[in-house]
Design a protein around this ligand. Structure first.
Ligand code: PLP
Length: 451
């Protein structure tokens, strides 16, 4: 169908996520029809580099032969049957493979369909765990400020992005907020060690006063993604692990964004050899092919749910499409590719290249801070570098940059005035260079004269 007609129908029938639909009526809307490696191709045939991995989930590129084949082979057997009371080979094989690569001690796999659900499940497991372990007062959760853990009511409750969350406050449960170690905008200065100590001190103060009512601390390890790519100082997550142990609080890692190689290791937790009590993963698990999520946990937590049928210690949670076999099959193929293509090994020089090339961006006066963990990158744009004065939201600086990038052939997506880059791990060095060139030029052209 003619792209213009498609867009007209889209505007007539659809409501898009995180989108001001009034702007949508007039904005240019690319209709993505196909993919080819790390490129997206629109209905007019224009090619764009997939600069944010189709919202942080694509891993090896699009139309990867091994992944396509895995879906087709599973389709030849069955597309879906339930995991409630039945099981299937793809779900079993994937669980075994996940346990083999997960931080040591995470030995149980619970499936769901999205990152929000995986976090929500971790919260419910932590809550019920304490109920069944004789500590019924432990009902509350601690989390970092700026956090994003998904869009369902439970995962929004442990989130802290006012823009997304304020409207729903009355629906949410209360949490204890630990100031996230946002080095660039820390009130007492930007020394990472000091920021780390002060943030951890605030965490310990909360635990000391309230540990008897806190079930778990929920956090993204190493890098808070949707918060604006806020990296944590080295040692932060291992110290958080020590504090949670000291105060008998469970630790939930949300590795929905950081998992599956984004930080340079399979999971962010590995950088500091931390094992959380519960870990949520999603996005990259299927290589960006199909929706699937997992909550991993320990035998200790799993055991608290065992009992006689009539004791009702069961975990009463499950979705219709839990462990969809097509999604599990492609996830297995994705994990195999990590090995056969030596993805993590080949990623290291790309990470170094990105780090070196990103330094040049400080030549642009409006670049206030550049944050990188592995292939997760945030470039924070400011009106005044000296005072760190942010751009106003009316200026739509992030939107202007990505519109410029789109013209030049790259799809990006900003978080406010932070330009995010999160290329697929499989993007070649040459493509990465092109992506950075486009980003640099787009920032230069979209920012006001003299800034
Ligand atoms: C994207 C994301 C989620 C939500 O995942 P969905 O699959 O979109 O529900 C949760 N946590 C983090 C850290 C994320 O980046």
């Amino acid at each position: 169908m003619d792209p213009k007609k498609l867009v007209a129908k889209d505007r007539k029938y659809l409501w898009h996520p995180f989108t001001q639909m009034r702007d949508w009526q007039t904005d240019e809307v690319p209709v993505i029809e196909r993919g080819d490696g790390c490129y997206l191709i629109d209905a007019k045939g224009k090619r764009y580099l997939d600069g944010v991995s189709s919202l942080w989930c694509n891993v090896h590129g699009h139309r990867v032969k091994e992944l396509d084949t895995a879906v087709k082979e599973q389709l030849g057997k069955i597309a879906h049957s339930t995991f409630l009371g039945l099981t299937h080979p793809a779900g079993i094989e994937l669980a075994e493979r996940l346990v083999a690569i997960a931080p040591r001690g995470l030995t149980r796999v619970f499936y769901s369909d999205s990152g929000s659900e995986a976090v929500e499940i971790a919260i419910k497991m932590a809550y019920q765990y304490w109920q069944q372990r004789g500590k019924p007062r432990k009902k509350k959760f601690a989390r970092l400020t700026n956090a994003y853990h998904g869009d369902t009511i439970g995962s929004v409750s442990v989130g802290g992005i006012d823009l997304f969350h304020q409207a729903y406050r009355p629906l949410l449960f209360e949490t204890f907020a630990v100031p996230s170690p946002y080095v660039y905008r820390w009130p007492t200065g930007s020394d990472p060690e000091r920021v780390k100590e002060e943030s951890l001190r605030a965490m310990e103060d909360i635990f000391r006063k309230h540990h008897e009512e806190i079930a778990a601390l929920v956090m993204e390890p190493l890098m808070q993604g949707a918060a604006g790519m806020i990296g944590q100082p080295g040692g932060y997550i291992s110290r958080a692990r020590q504090l949670t142990k000291k105060y008998n609080v469970l630790l939930i890692f949300d590795e929905v964004a950081t998992g599956f190689g984004r930080t340079g290791k399979m999971f962010a937790a590995e950088h500091e050899r931390v094992t959380p009590d519960l870990m949520a993963v999603a996005k990259g698990i299927t290589g960006g092919y199909l929706p699937l999520a997992v909550t991993l946990t320990t035998e200790e937590i799993y055991d608290a749910f065992l009992g006689k049928h009539e004791e009702f210690r069961t975990f009463f949670h499950g979705h219709t499409y839990t462990a969809n076999p097509l999604a599990c099959a492609v996830a297995v193929a994705n994990l195999k590719l990590f090995r056969t293509k030596k993805v993590l090994k080949r990623l290291q020089p790309k990470i170094r290249f990105l780090r070196e090339r990103l330094r040049d961006f400080y030549r642009l006066k409006c670049v206030g801070d550049i944050r990188q963990v592995g292939t997760m990158i945030g470039i924070e744009l400011v009106r005044d570098r000296e005072t760190k004065e942010p751009f106003g939201s009316k200026e739509k600086i992030g939107v202007r940059v990505i519109e410029q990038a789109r013209k030049k052939g790259a799809i990006l997506r900003p978080l406010g005035s932070v330009i995010v880059l999160m290329p697929p791990l499989g993007m070649s060095a040459k493509e990465l260079e092109r992506l950075l060139d486009i980003t640099y030029e787009s920032i230069e052209e979209a920012t006001p004269e003299g800034v």
